[in-house]
Ligand binder design. Structure first.
Ligand code: AMP
Ligand code: MN
Ligand code: MN
Ligand code: MN
Length: 277
C-alpha cells in the first residue's frame, strides 16, 4: 500500500531542495502523491508538476499561509486552488512584500542585539523565493551566534523574544476566504502546534474544509484527538511531514504515514476536473 505526503516545502520557500529533487526523493520513497506547500508561494508548482508527470507521481497543488489569532499563529493550507489565477497571485505578492519588509526590520533588530547578518547575505543564502525566519535561524547558527536552530527561535525569534518582528497581520478567516475564492480547499495545518482548538468551530463556519491530522509534530495522542475533531465537524482529514529538506534537524519526508484514501477524499471535495498523471 502506497502512502502520500501533502505538506512539503521547497527552495521556493524555506526548504532546501528544488521541486525536482523533492519529487525524485518522493519517488524513491515510493510515495503515490505529494503536495508542494510553500509559504506564501506557488512558484515551485510548475517544476514539480513537470517532474511528477515524468516520474509518475501525482502532484497536488498547494500553499501554506501564516495567519494570526491574537498572539497565536494559525497556519492554513490551501489545496487544489487555481494557482495561476491573477488575483490570487497578486494577493500572494502582498504577503511576499510584507515578509521582505519584516525581514529588513528583523535584521536591523538582530544587529542592535549584536548579531550581524546583512540583507545581501540573507538573500544569497535563501537563493530563491520566500524568505522565512528559518533562513535567518540557519544563518545565525552558521555564524556562531546560536548553537542550534531551536536555540535561535527560543532565545530570539519566537513571539515575545527580543528579535521578534510581526508580519503583516491577517486573520485565518481572511485566508480561508482567499483560498475559497481561488476555488481551493482550506485546511488547518498542524493544529497541535497552534493549540487553538477553541477556534475550530469558528473556522468551520468561515468555510474551513479540512484539518491536518497526520503531521510530524503530532504524536499518536494528538493524531487521535484531531481525528475525533475531524469527525465531529465533518472535516476532511489530511496529512504530511512538513519536510523542509535539510533545513531542519531531520529530513522528514517519509516519516509520516498518510494513507492514499486521504487523497481520494480531498480530490472529491475539490471537485471538478483534477489533473492527474
Ligand atoms: P516565518 O514564516 O518567517 O514566520 O517563519 C516560520 C518558519 O520557521 C516555519 O515555517 C518553520 O519552518 C520554522 N520554524 C518555526 N519555529 C521553529 C523551531 N522552533 N524550530 C525549527 N524551525 C522553526
Ligand atoms: Mn517553514
Ligand atoms: Mn506551518
Ligand atoms: Mn509547513
Amino acid at each position: 500500500m502506497q502512502n502520500i505526503d501533502l505538506h512539503i516545502h521547497t527552495i521556493y520557500s524555506d526548504g532546501t531542495w528544488a521541486p525536482n529533487e523533492v519529487v525524485l526523493r518522493a519517488k524513491r520513497l515510493n510515495l503515490a502523491a505529494i503536495s508542494i506547500t510553500d509559504h506564501d508561494s506557488v512558484a515551485g508548482l510548475k517544476e514539480a508538476m513537470a517532474a511528477g508527470k515524468k516520474l509518475g507521481i501525482e502532484i497536488v497543488p498547494g500553499v501554506e499561509m501564516s495567519t494570526d489569532a491574537g498572539e497565536d499563529e494559525i497556519h492554513i493550507l490551501g489545496y487544489y486552488l487555481n494557482w495561476k489565477e491573477k488575483e490570487f497571485l497578486a494577493e500572494l505578492e502582498k504577503f511576499q512584500a510584507a515578509r521582505a519588509k519584516r525581514n529588513r526590520k528583523l535584521l536591523k533588530r538582530l544587529k542592535e542585539l549584536g548579531m550581524d547578518i546583512n540583507h545581501k547575505e540573507l538573500k544569497g543564502f535563501a537563493a530563491r523565493g520566500v524568505i522565512s525566519r528559518l533562513h535567518i535561524a540557519r544563518l545565525m547558527v552558521r555564524k556562531g551566534y546560536v548553537s542550534s536552530i531551536g536555540d535561535a527561535f527560543e532565545k530570539w525569534l519566537n513571539s515575545g523574544k527580543p528579535a521578534y518582528v510581526k508580519k503583516m497581520s491577517v486573520s485565518p478567516f481572511q485566508i480561508i476566504e482567499l483560498i475559497l475564492k481561488a476555488e481551493g480547499v482550506p485546511v488547518f495545518a498542524h493544529p497541535f502546534l497552534s493549540r487553538r482548538d477553541d477556534l475550530i468551530p469558528h473556522l468551520v463556519k468561515a468555510g474551513l474544509k479540512g484539518i491536518e491530522v497526520y503531521h510530524s509534530a503530532h504524536d499518536s495522542r494528538a493524531t487521535q484527538h484531531y481525528q475525533k475533531i475531524a469527525q465531529k465537524y465533518h472535516l476532511l482529514i489530511t496529512g504530511g511531514s512538513d519536510c523542509h529538506g535539510e533545513a531542519k534537524d531531520k529530513v522528514l519526508m517519509g516519516t509520516v504515514k498518510v494513507p492514499i484514501s486521504v487523497l481520494k477524499a480531498l480530490k472529491k471535495a475539490a471537485g471538478g476536473e483534477i489533473l492527474s498523471v
